[in-house]
Design a protein around this ligand. Structure first.
Ligand code: NAD
Length: 481
């Protein structure tokens, strides 16, 4: 604590430490614009120390029987249960994601996820036997990569941290995590809790800027695998810095939500507004349904009903459980979203609702980074607002006449993270699942990512996904008997 400001530290080699040169970054509460915490501004020295600690811890951790590692993971699951309320409030204060999501949706899933990883540890040590002939046997062995660097974004820090670290650790790797500069507090609080759980060096957490500590970490020769959740642009930079290391990339999206005229519109309206784009994290969600494709016979009705529902959304203090939509995470991201509102007008898209931003949107919290939910319409999917990831509560709707046209519009994107389909026609649902270029297709639902199913993208949305297998490599052995 420094006055009312909480000061967080890195976790390196089992110790909580500030950056060696004492530099910090401010953590700003996006609902108020006020600094409420400080995080270390780490650099190459901290990346070096964290990788050295992870390397030193690797031999014992990797050699530990898998069920021994599972015992540690279960302790983490218990921690998540005991500290769910505290961690949810910290995360909401830090990034503005509403408490009804962090507390009721994200945190309850975390204990389960660490339990799941604990239950799957044997998958990391399973191999195949191949009879190559009467006197020859082939074997495969799964081995951990070594030191894994996990680089995570600001929109769901605890969830993204867990999805990576739980499986990487279960598989016998040691880990260095780099949370995002805009929202590191919940992960750095976890560092304090996890310092008591893992042997020193097994899990390290270093906060700071992507171009400083992030680059030094992913480019380090002692790191054998990089897992990034972030933007496509960062992934491109990382491939240049990290060289030929294996990567898992979970990147951006411009996900289509396709509503057919046979859909249950009562459910689709909520699916499009509440679940898909506006609430939760004010559109700052990788799978946000930011392109709404509407079957022409229901175009006018659906647009009107989305507008009515969006008009009732409760914006404001994210810590209030009644609040459905919070602020934009940072001043920089706020300016970016506002620039897209201006671009939408300049490109000639038609505004249905929204477009206001700034203090007037939530008068009680004038210092916050507020953007009203907005919807534009167009018939030109080539517009930049249809092609670029805005990462805010801004959607664009386009009409279509046939199933084939819906597929063509949906797939006309550099991204392929997720897609939503609203229909009562089972055959159509299956055709869409087959034809849409996306890592996940939701039918009559949105934004569900249950553990146990893969989650990843195609095209510029990345490849690979956070699962045990991604954190192991396979070795072949041939034995002549
Ligand atoms: P970002 O790419 O700017 O940052 C992500 C992380 O990468 C941060 O920790 C950042 O510090 C780090 N970083 C930045 N430059 C780096 C570099 N040169 N070397 C190493 N690390 C570097 O993304 P963001 O703004 O934090 O998050 C938003 C993006 O993340 C959106 O594109 C969103 O779609 C995507 N995202 C994807 C998923 C998914 O699962 N597919 C989930 C959440 C967010």
């Amino acid at each position: 604590m420094l006055g009312d400001v909480i000061v967080y530290r890195n976790l390196i080699g089992g110790e909580l430490r500030p950056a060696a040169d004492g530099r910090t970054l401010d953590s700003v509460n996006p609902a108020t614009g006020e600094t409420w915490a400080r995080i270390p501004r780490s650099g190459p020295a901290e990346a070096e120390a964290a990788v050295a600690a992870a390397r030193a811890a690797l031999p014992r951790w990797a050699a530990m029987p898998a069920l021994g590692r599972a015992r540690y993971l279960r302790q983490v699951a218990d921690l998540f249960t005991r500290h769910a309320d505290e961690l949810a409030r910290l995360e909401t204060t830090d990034n503005g994601r509403v408490l009804r999501d962090t507390l009721h949706r994200d945190l309850p899933g975390m204990a389960f996820l660490w339990q799941l990883a604990a239950g799957q540890v044997l998958d990391a040590v399973k191999g195949d036997t191949v009879l190559l002939g009467p006197d020859a046997l082939g074997l495969t062995r799964r081995e951990p990569y070594g030191v894994v660097a996990c680089v995570i974004p600001w929109n769901s820090p605890v969830s993204t941290f867990s999805a990576k670290a739980a499986f990487a650790l279960a598989a016998g790797n040691t880990v260095v995590v780099k949370p995002a500069e805009q929202a590191s507090a919940s992960v750095l609080r976890l560092a304090e809790l996890l310092a008591e759980v893992f042997p020193p060096g097994v899990l390290n957490i270093v906060a700071g800027l992507g171009e400083e500590v992030g680059e030094a970490l992913v480019g380090h020769r002692g790191v054998q695998k990089v897992s990034l959740t972030g933007s496509t642009e960062t992934a491109l930079r990382i491939t240049r810095t990290a060289g030929v290391k294996p990567m898992t990339f979970e990147l951006g999206g411009k996900s289509p939500v396709i509503v057919f005229d046979d859909a249950d519109l009562d459910r689709a309206v909520d699916g499009v507004t509440v679940n898909s784009i506006y609430t939760g994290n004010a559109g700052q969600v990788c799978v946000a349904g930011s392109r709404i494709l509407i079957h022409r016979p229901i175009w006018a009705e659906l647009i009107q009903r989305i507008a009515e529902r969006a008009g009732k959304l409760v914006l404001g203090e994210p810590l209030d459980l009644a609040t459905e939509m919070g602020p934009i995470v940072s001043r920089e991201q706020y300016r970016r979203v506002v620039s897209y509102l201006e671009l939408a007008e300049a490109e000639g898209a038609e505004r249905v609702f929204g477009g206001r931003y700034g203090a007037a949107v939530v008068e009680a919290l004038p210092g916050g980074y507020w953007v009203e939910p907005a919807l534009y319409t167009t018939t030109d999917n080539g517009l930049r607002i249809c092609q670029e990831e805005i990462f805010g509560p801004v959607a664009v709707a386009l009409p279509f006449d046939t199933e084939a046209e819906a597929v063509r519009l949906a797939n006309d994107s550099r991204y392929g993270l997720a897609a939503g389909v609203w229909t009562r026609d089972l055959g159509r649902a299956h055709r869409m699942i087959r034809d849409l270029e996306a890592g996940t297709v939701w039918v009559n639902t949105h934004r569900q990512m249950p553990p146990g199913l893969p989650f990843g993208g195609v095209k510029d949305s990345g490849y690979g996904h956070d699962a045990m297998i991604e954190y192991t490599r396979e070795k072949a052995a041939i034995i002549q008997i």
